[in-house]
Design a protein around this ligand. Structure first.
Ligand code: PLP
Length: 409
């Protein structure tokens, strides 16, 4: 039985107070909180095993290497990756996508080639491709968003043609709460000889993910959004693709032989892990994946689906509120705005009661323009949030509306 109340006891931060109120943490799309198990894995690593990896032959170096490589195995299994050689540790989603845009993009893209993205991309899956396009002469094309926030797949079929070299898409939106049909986009990309990149920053923490079933060529996600520490994430790709790519960063560990005028590259995935990696963080991510596996990602998804629907319904009852994204098939994110209230002011007012929501453009400025706004408020839920917390949010919004209404008069 899934019991959020029991799960909450694993998260020390959830019992703290903020401004005299009980913390209601609803900014999980930005970063998640960490369970004791992850915090203890970090402490244990530093207290007992800390050493640099792959280099030393002493006991600690061997233990640290085993812990780091063990984490790689756990994350690969969590994402349904068929082997660990395609699983590269990065600093997070942003770095993983930059890796692809450099190591694959700069090598494979030519003048006149096209890259297809969507209007709802996070800047992390947009700016690296703008830079790659500037460097290579490739062009960017965008799949539009329909009024309800879902992707216009008819337009996608029209856009994806023989000039396309890459289709890149968020698996789940950090604003609209949509889950995009990335499997269909992958089929479309492959039918046209293009590669498919999935930005899984908002899916890997919340839905069961299997990179083979998605049919993608590149999958990126961030550890800190899925109970893990900051500073670690992954890029998964097919080993044969990674093999063909040039290195991204040069330095120690990613080489096999270095001469004064040239070098050769290490085996996968080390070819893409230059310098000392975020070892403790990777170990912490391994513990986070253990935690998620123990809960079961189907259960996590179901809990958040219900919570997202409950929040959507309760917020809709407020009447004069705009909620972005589709009414159904949502993840646990609700982006909204109240008339005549700036999201920043709202967020600040809620903070006075210990409620943490996000306000701003959520690193999706083109999407904000498409939605006809510059910023929204956003409540984003995770596996430890409860219906009571949604109720607390709604009560605070009612009060905030009265406050700002009186202020406007
Ligand atoms: N992609 C999406 C959809 C996101 O929501 C985020 C973070 O908010 C990112 C990419 C970037 O993740 P990171 O900052 O961990 O690299």
């Amino acid at each position: 039985m899934y019991e959020a109340a029991k799960i909450r006891r694993d998260f020390p931060i959830l019992s703290r107070e903020v401004n005299g109120g009980k913390l209601v943490y609803l900014d999980n799309a930005a970063t998640s909180q960490k369970p004791r198990q992850v915090i203890e894995a970090l402490t244990d690593y530093y207290e007992r095993h800390n050493a640099n990896i792959h280099r030393g032959v002493h006991r600690l170096a061997e233990e640290a290497t085993a812990a780091y490589e063990g984490a790689r195995e756990k994350v690969a299994a969590f994402l349904g990756a068929p082997e660990t050689t395609g699983l590269v540790f990065t600093r997070g989603t942003t770095e993983a996508i930059n890796l692809v845009a450099h190591a694959w993009g700069r090598k494979e893209l030519r003048e006149g080639d096209e890259i297809v993205l969507t209007e709802a991309e996070h800047h992390s899956n947009l700016v690296p491709w703008q830079l790659a396009a500037q460097a290579t002469g490739a062009k960017l094309r965008f799949i539009p968003i329909r009024e309800d926030g879902t992707l216009d797949m008819e337009e996608a079929e029209r856009l994806v043609g023989p000039k396309i070299k890459l289709v890149g898409c968020i698996h789940a939106s950090n604003v609209l709460a949509t889950v995009n049909p990335v499997e269909k986009l992958a089929e479309l990309a492959h039918a046209n000889g293009a590669r498919m990149l999935v930005d899984g920053a908002q899916s890997a923490p919340h839905l069961p993910v299997n990179v083979e079933e998605l049919g993608c060529d590149f999958f990126a996600c961030s550890g800190h959004k899925m109970l893990g520490p900051t500073g670690v994430g992954v890029l998964w790709s097919k080993p044969e693709l990674l093999e063909e790519m040039d290195p991204f960063l040069g330095g120690g560990e990613m080489i096999r032989e270095v001469h004064l005028d040239h070098s050769t590259w290490n085996d996968l995935p080390y070819k893409f892990e230059a310098g000392t990696m975020n070892i403790a963080q990777a170990v912490g991510l391994g513990a986070a994946v253990d935690y998620l596996d123990a809960l079961g990602m189907d259960n996590v998804r179901e809990h958040e689906r219900k919570l997202g629907e409950y929040a959507y319904r309760r917020l809709s009852e407020l009447g004069d509120i705009t909620i972005y994204g589709p009414a159904e098939d949502r993840t646990g994110i609700v982006s909204f705005s109240l008339p005549d209230v700036h999201p920043h002011d709202l967020s600040q007012l809620l903070d006075e009661e210990g409620i943490a929501i996000r306000s701003g453009h959520h690193c999706t400025q083109p999407l904000m323009r498409r939605l006809g706004t510059v910023a929204t408020a956003r409540a984003s839920f995770y596996l430890y949030n409860t219906e009571e917390e949604v109720d607390t949010l709604v009560e605070a919004l009612v009060k905030a509306r009265e406050f700002f209404g009186a202020f406007a008069k």
